[in-house]
Ligand binder design. Structure first.
Ligand code: TIU
Length: 220
């Protein structure tokens, strides 16, 4: 049976029920959207990740107004870096070093926290994750099952890294995923375009994609 809300999407219309859907906002942290954070230490320009903040905010506000389940994730490590595999540190040696926003990608530091505009409200679930995907070493799946969630609306950064790792695993775990094209960002436009196409190609091999405007219009 068709669910209540229907949104024009690629590769075909995505239908969902608000009560069985969660908005999943991936890693909208200062470390990825502001100067001196993890994103910049990797050699990236943060202008595209910063630019989506107002769009993600409009999605968040619209979902809150409908009482949708909201989940925010953060990538980061414990102070002693005991949850940081040497293999990850080897290719991201800035993790744990001191930057202008505190220690890079370390929990509790200013740079690790969410950008101000996307601060979680009381009652919204915050997931701290040591990896790129939001299921690895977290309680995300248990939380979604407890809430009887079937569909995920996915926003955040970066599209080709943490958003993809999370969305691909969510798809394997049986969740239907709609990624918001302009509610996600990569550090460069080519990666963004490819990451979007990789979701909806082959009949929606990982899920669906749409725009923030179309998604907000579909909310009932
Ligand atoms: N490097 C990069 O594009 N992303 C990350 O390291 N983490 C997330 O995507 N959050």
């Amino acid at each position: 049976m068709m669910r209540t809300c229907v949104v024009k999407a690629k590769p075909f219309a995505f239908d969902y029920d608000v009560q069985k859907t969660a908005l999943l906002i991936i890693d909208m942290q200062r470390d990825f959207c502001e100067h001196g954070g993890f994103g910049e230490t990797l050699g990236n320009d943060i202008s595209l990740t910063k630019a989506i903040i107002p769009t993600v905010q409009s999605i968040l506000v619209a979902c809150r107004a409908k009482g949708m389940t909201i989940i925010h994730t953060r990538e980061g490590h414990q102070h002693d870096l005991s949850d940081l595999p040497p293999a990850k540190l080897r290719r991201s040696p800035a993790i744990g070093t001191l930057g202008p926003m505190g220690r890079i990608l370390v929990r509790g530091e200013y740079g690790h926290d969410f950008v101000y505009e996307l601060s979680p409200n009381k009652g919204e679930y915050v997931i701290d994750k040591p990896g790129k995907g939001a299921f690895y070493k977290t309680r995300l799946d248990a939380y979604l099952k407890r809430k009887k969630i079937e569909s995920l609306i996915v926003c955040g950064v970066t599209t080709h890294v943490c958003v993809h790792s999370t969305l691909r695993e969510a798809n394997d775990r049986g969740y239907e995923c709609l990624m918001i094209e302009d509610g996600t960002a990569a550090f460069d436009a080519l990666d963004q375009e490819a990451a979007i196409r990789m979701i909806h190609q082959q009949g929606g091999i990982f899920g669906w994609t749409t725009t923030a405007k179309s998604f907000i219009k579909s909310l009932k």
